[in-house]
Design a protein around this ligand. Structure first.
Ligand code: C2E
Ligand code: MG
Ligand code: MG
Ligand code: MG
Length: 283
């Protein structure tokens, strides 16, 4: 719709723009439907201690159940959810569901470590984020020490003053904070050192580059720099997207403590994650 164009301006629509607008609208409708009909679900990807192989926690990752046998992955809807504002109810759902599930696992005697939930900057910077989180923790009875929030650098670097206040409030609550996709944004190191951050997650693009033999600007330099930085700032470092033995060996030799990736496990449904945990406990 060219509703904002003035009387004397032409609005040119290319066919592909139309397709995108229609696609966007149909995705928004699907998101509304999924909220109403409870068609979102979470998969859990284990985080692993790279030396011992022990599971240290999991990252909750959202999916939309489109049909009985078809899942829609977040790359197809998160951006539209953010732009439309639907990320607020969707993110709230994901947070509540992850906390509910974590509490149920703890009550079943499973040692889950920490369950990490991704939080978009739009959610984090929404007025009632903290209030909503506290309500969810009270309602589910989850000990905040079992919860980690994953935020991107760009989300944290936006409005640094209120961000600092909020991060300290979360810290006081006992919730852990991770910076996701670390190295891909434009963090100011001085803020990074001032923020109460528990975990740096090395973006998987750098881990992938560990397998390239190109000399010069490579994943190796970045990965080892982030590991060194995390260790001097007393932050946990988690390498994302580990797929090969070679990547694992490099990370181990540089004393990266934790990681996640297809090499260990894909994100799996809740019952499969519980089975992984139970199997570990039996050793
Ligand atoms: P992310 O938080 O960086 O999550 C890691 C992504 O990498 C996941 O994709 C995961 O399946 C994938 N991954 C893990 N290990 C490997 C590996 O070894 N190789 C490769 N190629 N990929 C690996 P997924 O589940 O499709 O999620 C994509 C993004 O969507 C997430 O990136 C996160 O930014 C966003 N997202 C997912 N769930 C939520 C949610 O509940 N709320 C919000 N706001 N964002 C979410
Ligand atoms: Mg994440
Ligand atoms: Mg990531
Ligand atoms: Mg990402």
């Amino acid at each position: 719709q060219a509703k904002n164009s003035g009387r004397n301006t032409f609005q040119v629509f290319l066919p592909e723009m139309n397709i995108r607008a229609v696609e966007r609208q149909s995705i928004e409708q699907a998101l509304h439907r999924a909220l109403e009909q409870h068609k979102f679900l979470l998969h859990y990807q284990p985080k692993v201690n790279l030396d011992t192989g022990a599971i240290t926690g999991a990252e909750a990752l959202i999916r939309m159940q489109e049909t009985d046998d078809q899942l829609v992955y977040p790359m197809n809807f998160i951006t539209i959810a953010e732009e439309s504002g639907l990320i607020l109810p969707i993110g709230r759902w994901a947070l509540r569901e992850a906390c509910r599930q974590a509490k149920a696992w703890l009550e079943a005697g499973l040692d889950i470590g920490q369950i990490a939930v991704n939080v978009s900057s739009r959610e984090f910077h929404s007025k009632d984020f903290l209030e909503g989180l506290i309500a969810i923790l009270n309602e589910t009875g989850l000990d905040p020490g079992h919860l980690e929030l994953e935020m991107t650098e760009s989300g944290l670097m936006q409005d640094t003053e209120p961000t600092t206040v909020l991060l300290h409030a979360l810290k006081k609550l006992g919730v852990h904070i991770a910076i996701d996709d670390f190295g891909t944004g434009y963090s100011s190191l001085s803020y990074l050192m001032r923020f109460p951050i528990d975990t740096l997650k090395i973006d998987r693009s750098f881990v992938r580059d560990l397998d390239d033999d190109d000399t010069g600007f490579s994943g190796e330099a970045i990965v080892s720099a982030v590991i060194a930085m995390g260790s001097s700032l007393k932050q946990r470092v988690v390498a994302e997207g580990i797929e090969t033995q070679h990547q694992l060996a490099f990370l181990q030799s540089h004393h990266c403590v934790e990681g996640q990736g297809f090499y260990f496990s894909r994100p799996v449904p809740a019952d499969e994650f519980a089975a992984l945990l139970a199997a570990r406990g039996a050793h």
